[in-house]
Design a protein around this ligand. Sequence first.
Ligand SMILES: Nc1ncnc2c1ncn2[C@@H]1O[C@H](COP(=O)(O)OP(=O)(O)OP(=O)(O)O)[C@@H](O)[C@H]1O
Length: 663
Amino acid sequence: MSLRQTLKRKRNTGLGMRKRPRIECAAEQLPWKKSRRPLETGMGGDDGILELEEVEGVEVVYETTDGGKVAKFRVTEADRPGSSSRTPSEIGSSQVDPDDDHPEIPPPEVLAFDSALLPEWASHSLHPQLMHVLYKKGFVTPTPIQAAVIPLASKSRDIIGVAQTGSGKTLAYGLPILHFLLSQPRPGTNKRPLRALILAPTRELALQVSSHLNECLNPVDNGGDGVSPQASKEVNTGKKGKERNKGKEKEKEDASPTRPFKKPSPHVSVAAIVGGMSSQKQRRILDRGVDVLVATPGRLWDIMEGDDNLARELKNLRFLVLDEADRMIEAGHFAELENILRLTLRENQNDEIPTEYNAMTADSIGEEQKPEVSDGLQTFVLSATLSKDLQRNLKKRMRPKSNKKRKNKDDKPASTLDDLLLRLDFRDPEPEIIDLSPQGKVVSTLQEAKIECLTNDKDVYLYYFLLRHPGRSLVFLSSIDGIRRLLPLLELLEVKVSPLHSQLEQRQRLKNLDRFKSTPNAVLLATDIAARGLDIPAVDHVIHFQIPRTTDTYIHRSGRTARAMNKGFSMLMVGPDERRIVRALMGSISRDENEIPELSIELSMLDKLKARVQLARQIEQSQHKVKKANYEKNWMKETAEALGVDLDSDNARHVSLMTLLLV
Ligand SMILES: Nc1ncnc2c1ncn2[C@@H]1O[C@H](COP(=O)(O)OP(=O)(O)OP(=O)(O)O)[C@@H](O)[C@H]1O
């Protein structure tokens, strides 16, 4: 567009012709709206995409400046979200004006749930929508950690919960948070104020927690996962069967005391903020406002550094959760985590904090269930592995005075989990510690075994195990190099294998995880980023190809199988130099290494497989050589082209090589 045209457009939009004022702003400040994912294009899954967004009422204008053509976005006033009188710099700003006179949005009306259908949950008086979801998922009984945490959480107590892997810790803190938010009116401000922050150590875990909580908010009757076991049994195949089922389902629906919610409730929103995905998009999500934010500390801190409003919001949180807190220290998020936690400290710990109206109505709770601790922030710390010492220290609340506020720049930051957790400003004078971790630390439904072999023979033993014991197998290695070596070998042996480690792009990580979840007999080669929290349905085997470095890692890795009281199998592959480590690992949880039985091996089969693995190794080595040579050739060619050097003649090649080397 020429300058003249630009000016003409400006004039046209300027005086009599202008119906709406137009505002110029940057791309990330446009009034983006959430868009439905078109399932038919195969974009229904996560696939690395957090969400699709669209924008309307935006005019793109090109202006010629001294620096060349510049695109500008103009938004019609009526299309801007919220107020009609904000300046361009306010578009996308997340500040909530406390003096705004917006009426509160009452909680959505929901049909009552007949708690006789879930008698074991009845005493927890959860919001009907949550009861409906539990019913649809077939979660008839609260797990022990849920049964212990939920009543205390409803009394606004701070909780440190330790329970075995796969024991339902996510819902133990998730249900009380969602119950509270679903039962409360929402401030009718332009933007939802942030009410709950859940910190998780890895991107995958954060995304999983966020989708787990979202499932509780969107109990759409889609016949998928959410169908109760009874309902799914009644599904019939064949045309007639389908017709009959349609009729039956309609009847059941009409008579159902839990009639499905026609529309998902927008009353509470949950979003994830993780690294490896567009931070602009994530900023926009935050600008629009969410009630519950699930985040990895690194990305959250990145975003917060440029966003004072978010930092302010953290001061007014209602819930703070540290999921797998001990792993966050290992993941190198220490400084970010500490910075974020510092924002949740009270200015003055003696500050009176007004009693917050607890979500439950007076009718639905008994006298004895009424909130006892009145406070602004409730903190939950959960893990499958928190040391007894740490629990004792937390109980005694031995928080050094300087933790309240680090006034002196030279004060050293915290450096261990104990240090960090002791910096948490629990509002509860005595946080409740619930330790349900089992004796011996691993889940009772887990069967353990080991293979002792030469390090060089581990490949063939692994291949043997995968062939001899089909199933979904998660293989842990301690290094990315180890995965890079093993992956092509298993591919050549036609194993359905994918990698998962921190040097893969986030999109690829999620894709590989999805493939592993959806493919029977799939194998995932993973580093310890997959050790914690990941709830992958039906992992049959966990294989410790390389020995874990700590007992906690052994417990968490093994905990990817045998979840929710299902059976599972964990196998240690022990090289000669690793025996000592295994002895020490087991000793630290008062176990004897000999308690773990050796896997029986059919030696005749193993011998045959050795030849195959040997051949695969040779093929892999030659393929690697060819790839390397091609890479070098291409590199030479591209560099020569870029320098305008001819590589054709021998002489020229010699000269060119010299030139390239000198360059
Ligand atoms: N009350 C329940 N009844 C049956 N299954 C449940 C119940 N609550 C949760 N689950 C299921 O149990 C599985 C494990 O739950 P979750 O991932 O919360 O475990 P976790 O204790 O956080 O494990 P980890 O320590 O490994 O992170 C999930 O698939 C979840 O849906």
